[in-house]
Design a protein around this ligand. Structure first.
Ligand code: FES
Ligand code: FES
Length: 82
């Protein structure tokens, strides 16, 4: 079992998702959600909380699946070195 305060790798690469400008999303920071890359409440019992963000344009985005990015919620390539 992973430590309750540690994020787990959901996928060692980004999720390509369509986002809509102006819409709010909840990025899963814990890696436990079954609705990646978005939060489904599975962080309950951990000290990790999701990140709310608003899409600044409509289009396709690479959202981090490894949960180790330094540019949440976006993939910054860190998954290549984990
Ligand atoms: Fe996490 Fe790329 S998927 S940095
Ligand atoms: Fe991962 Fe909510 S399920 S942050």
């Amino acid at each position: 079992m992973p430590e309750p305060d540690e994020a787990v790798v959901a996928q060692t690469g980004p999720y390509q998702v369509e986002l809509t400008e102006g819409q709010e999303y909840w990025y899963c920071r814990c890696g436990r959600s079954k609705k990646q890359p978005f939060c489904d409440g599975s962080h309950q019992g951990t000290s990790i909380t999701p990140l709310k963000f608003t899409a600044d344009r409509s289009g396709t985005f690479n959202i981090c699946g490894c949960k180790a990015t330094d540019d949440e919620p976006f993939c910054d390539g860190t998954h290549n070195v984990i």
